[in-house]
Structure formats: structure tokens, C-alpha cells
Write a protein that binds this ligand. Structure first.
Ligand SMILES: Nc1ncnc2c1ncn2[C@@H]1O[C@H](COP(=O)(O)OP(=O)(O)O)[C@@H](O)[C@H]1O
Ligand SMILES: [Mg+2]
Length: 428
């Protein structure tokens, strides 16, 4: 089977690594890919939102399966486009349709879905442009900190957490009146602040049944001890020590099962991954958000723990046969350290040569912002590489990941030095 992966980050590099191992995969293409994905397939210079370009390429190269990495093409309806175009409808496409993608594309839609289907989440209310005063009134009924979310996709910047009511009023104005998020701020959600510790659960569904993939925790802030601005993610760990079997069973029963029931009841077409952002509030899971695809960098810690042939699982999902499959998860711990260009998430320099150490059994490297020129790999983005360490426990995995992170060299390399440290206390 010829397979096309859409995307260019660390997530897509990990998908390419895993999918290329399958005997079911003949030729693998990645559009547009990065320096590292070339090791597993052929990079194709196509944008992930160029639907007609992707369609032409797929027909010409006998692509039988497309795995959509990022959210943009899903929210724009790539799955609907393929399903509704006769020559393309035979191609298996991994991702939800446009309506199901609103679970990520609209915070208000997702909250309404959760409320309707009895899925535990923070209490909330939605406000539209012209309702600034009503939103402010509602804020007065809430306790600080105040959580205000622009409704639409805002590249991870649309959530404002305010300590005082004045800041919260400002946040409402900024979104609804000043419109700093553009149309993504046509509406906003104000919700209860959840006190707890965050993690993510991952599902693969065929629209009828689902498999629970390994869970993960990521580190979003740029600085040690969760300080400084938010980033796309600076590190990730799987398994999550504070999410034991009992907690994950609650996630299955209270969140995963009703989510799937909701998808079925609403007649959504969903063959793909569901990422559930969760808060563990005193042992009870509550949903912070849905993403309709895998996360980056979480994927780099989730996929290495899956012992199944992922291509086989994706094929089963697209044939509505996922109920016949069982997931096999490695008990090992995976720790990922993101190596970034100094300055990220602000401005940074790029085009620096990268030296990579030899691959070894307990470690590997996933690429994100890299390119290849005549002399080898060079940096081309904010998040450059992920150093991935494996171990029989968290401590060993941390050590393996950091040893690798220090052996990778490029100018202006920056990484957090505390990934996983906060979780050691949960391990007896
Ligand atoms: N209700 C809430 N209580 C506490 N923290 C929250 C809440 N909602 C969001 N957050 C924090 O804000 C972050 C971003 O919110 P999220 O809904 O995941 O938006 P996005 O990922 O689209 O920016 C979360 O990862 C979490 O740390
Ligand atoms: Mg989030």
C-alpha cells in the first residue's frame, strides 16, 4: 500500500518512522515533510491545505491511504473533499470529517458536545460578538482565575487565563472587540478554572469502536519549572505516573466511551485519532479540550510505546474493523526533550549545521525543524529535533534522553533541563 502522510513536524517524523516499519507499507510519501522524514520516505513539496494538489499527487502515485497530521486540513474539510469526490473516495483517509473536526476547530462546539453527552468538563458559557457586556456580567459570577477562550483555531494562543477581573474584562474586549484573533474570536467561551494536573489521552477510532493508545504528558512553557511563554511543546513523557490504571479506567468510561457515543449519535464521520486534553482534578478526569489528531510532541512518546503495526491498525480503522484489534503497549517509559533554536517561541536564527550522534538501542532522534543541504542536516525552525530516550523506569529514560540531548550539536541549541523531574515524586 502506498501511503501519504501530511505535515512537517516531529509528529509526522514519528508517524513516518512507525508507518515505514510496516510490511503493509510499500512506498511512503510525506508532504511536505522535513529533513528527518526523508529517512523513511520521499518528501513531496505540497502544502497540507492544497487539496487539489494532494488529490492529483495521490491519483498519480496510487496512494491508498492518507494520514493527516495537523488540524488545519481537517478543519478545512480535507476528509469531506476526498469522500465526496468520486475518483478519490476509494482512498482511505485518516482523520475526521469537517463537522467532527469542529471538536477542535470550535471551543464552543466542543463544550456543547461535552455538555450534551455528559462528558465531565469545566462549567462554561459561550458569548458572541456584540455580547461584551453579557460576558462581563457572567465573569462577575465566576471566581478567579478566569479562563477565556477564543472560539476558533488560534495557533495555541487563543486561551487567556486572567488573575483579576479587570484583566478578564480586557481579555473579552481583546477577543470580541479588538479581534486580535480575527474570525477565531467571533465567539468566546468563559469557563471555570480547573485546579489539578494536566495530561493527555489518545484514542484511535473507526467511528464505531476505539482503542486507547498510551497516554502522555507534555511541557508547554519554554522555561524550566513551567515558566515563560507557551510553546508548541518542549518535552513529553509516557506513561504518566499520576495517571494509573484506575484513573485511566475513569477516562475510558467517563470520557472515551461517551465521546464515541456522541460521535455516533451526531452522525459524524470519524476514522482517526482523538486527543483528549485532561485535567486530573483530585483523581477525577475532566476534559479541557479535544484535538482531532495526534499531538506534537506527544506523538513522539506515544508511538514508540505501541507494539502493534500502526499501519495495520490504521487499515483496520478505515475498514471499520478496529473492534477486532487489541492494542499492545510497551511498559517502558519514553522521555522526549525538544531541542529548540534559542529565541523560540520568539524570533531565532536558523540554517546552522547539526551533528547527530550514532543511534543506539535506548534512544532515537525525531526531526521537526530541519532541512538537508549539501553538507547534511541544518536547522530550519523553532523546534528543531526531539531527543527520545527509553528506559525501564522514568529515571533511566530521563537520563537516556538527556545524554542524547547533550550529544546533539547545533549553534544556539536550547532545551529545558527539568523534563520529567516533577513526576519522580509520583513513583514509589
Ligand atoms: N478550565 C481550565 N482550567 C485550568 N486551566 C485551563 C482550563 N482551560 C485551559 N486551561 C489551560 O490552558 C491551556 C490551553 O487551553 P486549551 O483549551 O488546551 O487550548 P489550546 O490548546 O487550543 O490553546 C491548557 O493546556 C491548560 O493549561
Ligand atoms: Mg491545548
Amino acid at each position: 500500500m502506498n501511503i501519504l502522510i501530511l505535515g512537517s513536524g516531529g509528529r509526522e517524523c514519528a508517524l513516518a518512522w512507525k508507518i515505514s516499519q510496516s510490511p503493509l507499507c510499500s512506498q511512503l510519501f510525506i508532504a511536505p515533510g522535513n529533513g528527518g522524514t526523508k529517512e523513511y520516505g520521499t518528501n513531496i513539496d505540497l502544502s497540507v491545505t492544497d487539496f487539489t494538489g494532494i488529490a492529483e499527487f495521490s491519483l498519480k502515485n496510487n496512494i491508498e491511504m492518507i494520514v493527516v497530521g495537523p488540524e488545519d486540513p481537517l478543519v478545512l474539510g480535507i476528509v469531506d473533499y476526498f469522500l465526496s469526490t468520486p475518483q478519490l473516495s476509494g482512498i482511505k483517509i485518516i482523520g475526521p470529517d469537517k463537522r467532527a473536526a469542529m471538536l477542535e476547530g470550535s471551543k464552543a462546539f466542543a463544550k456543547q458536545f461535552m455538555q450534551k453527552h455528559g462528558i465531565p468538563t469545566a462549567t462554561y458559557k459561550t458569548f458572541h460578538s456584540g455580547q461584551t457586556e453579557l460576558a462581563k456580567e457572567f465573569l462577575q459570577s465566576m471566581k478567579p482565575p478566569y479562563v477565556i477562550k477564543a472560539d476558533g483555531l488560534a495557533a495555541g494562543k487563543g486561551v487567556l487565563i486572567c488573575q483579576t477581573i479587570e484583566e478578564a474584562y480586557d481579555a473579552v474586549e481583546t477577543i470580541l472587540v479588538k479581534r486580535i484573533f480575527g474570525d477565531a474570536g467571533n465567539s468566546l467561551v468563559i469557563e471555570e478554572f480547573l485546579h489539578g494536573i494536566e495530561m493527555s489521552a489518545f484514542l484511535l477510532t473507526d467511528g464505531n469502536s476505539f482503542l486507547m493508545l498510551p497516554e502522555a504528558k507534555d511541557y508547554k512553557r519554554i522555561g524550566n519549572h513551567d515558566t515563560g511563554p507557551n510553546t508548541g511543546g518542549m518535552g513529553t513523557i509516557s506513561p504518566v505516573p499520576f495517571a494509573g490504571a484506575e484513573f485511566m479506567e475513569k477516562v475510558r468510561q467517563q470520557i472515551a466511551e461517551p465521546t464515541l457515543r456522541g460521535i455516533i449519535e451526531e452522525g459524524m464521520h470519524y476514522c482517526g485519532f482523538i486527543f483528549v486534553g485532561l485535567m486530573n482534578v483530585d483523581g477525577e478526569p475532566k476534559v479541557i479540550e479535544y484535538n482531532v489528531r495526534l499531538g506534537d510532541p506527544e506523538t513522539q512518546s506515544v508511538l514508540p510505546r505501541i507494539q502493534n503495526d500502526l499501519t495495520d491498525l490504521l487499515l483496520a480503522a478505515s475498514n471499520h474493523q478496529l473492534h477486532e484489534k487489541q492494542i499492545k503497549i510497551s511498559p517502558e517509559t519514553i522521555v522526549n526533550i525538544v531541542l529548540a533554536s534559542n529565541g523560540y517561541p520568539g524570533s531565532y536564527e536558523k540554517d546552522f549545521p547539526i551533528t547527530l550522534p550514532q543511534a543506539e538501542k535506548h534512544r532515537m532522534v525525531f526531526h521537526a525543524g530541519t532541512k538537508i543541504n549539501e553538507s547534511g542536516f541544518i536547522t530550519s525552525g523553532g523546534r528543531v529535533l526531539t531527543a527520545c530516550g527509553t528506559g525501564h523506569n522514568l529515571e533511566t529514560a530521563i537520563e537516556n534522553a538527556y545524554t542524547l540531548a547533550r550529544e546533539i550539536h547545533f549553534k544556539n541549541k536550547y532545551f529545558r533541563s527539568d523534563i520529567g523531574q516533577d513526576l519522580l515524586k509520583y513513583i514509589q
